[in-house]
Design a protein around this ligand. Sequence first.
Ligand code: KDG
Length: 314
Amino acid sequence: TLDVITFGESMGLFYPEGPRGIGQGGSMAQSFGGAESNLAIGLARLGCTAGWFGRLGRDPVGSGILKTLRGEGVDVSRATQTDEAPTGIMLRQTVRGQSSVYYYRKDSAASRMTPAHVDSEYITQAKIVHFTGITAALSGSCLDTIRHVVSLCKEHGVRISFDPNLRLKLWSIEEARPVLLELAASCDYFLPGYDECKLLFETEDEGVITEQLRKLPGMSIIKSFNGSNVIVHKEHKYSLPFEKVDQVVDTVGAGDGFCAGFLAGISKGWSPEEALSLGGLTGSMVIQAPGDWEALPTWDEVLQRRGQAAHVER
Ligand code: KDG
């Protein structure tokens, strides 16, 4: 059995190496991104067993992604490469402190995933299955795939974790809202950011948002609820202030890092409150260095940060 299985789209990521923006000459650095594979790497580094699957093109970008995931200890035995379409790409630039992403992922290999690409025996042996709203936005067949996975998990008693990861470059809030609310109502762990809650529930009112979250059957774990991370489950509400961070370098991937820490805690059998504290710590560590997943901490680094292990410099 695996602790967590996740699936979705991973893409090649290219960004200017120096201060110049895209299209202004100079060289690009390469990496990759994808909310679900970021999470799988985070879990593996924390000592959990994690699987990621999705469709990639049979191209060097796709092969490079698989190779890195394998090296990180993520099980990619159900990931596939296809000649049908290429691996998606994204470009990112940070100009005057503001970062922007440009997607080249329409009709990508990942967007052509269908329920037939899901190995049900594989899925149902996991403790937790995690997916995001990004996959729901990619195509009708990707959304069908999520719904298929949800029914498999329900049938076999596998816990479901869902991060809405609203990406307004992929769909409008009007298109996204009913789908994300449907998925929020079908999961055990709903992991939105507070800003996403405002858009989903069409209100800035904290009391109304909390009321809406209380109505959900599962537990909500909200990132960045006015300076804290918060759990809302029926009448229970628990909030934990953010970890102190010396310097924020790059906030991309913080949400995935948070989810990785939270789900790692849950997989280790901790209480949701303890898992929340690990999520807060891992999320805060991601933003102190560049990259979507590169700064995700290992379990040893977590212990060092908590003062439970010594750092030997040399
Ligand atoms: O959560 C970070 C992700 O946004 C990034 O790695 C890429 O999945 C991604 C996306 O669709 O933007």
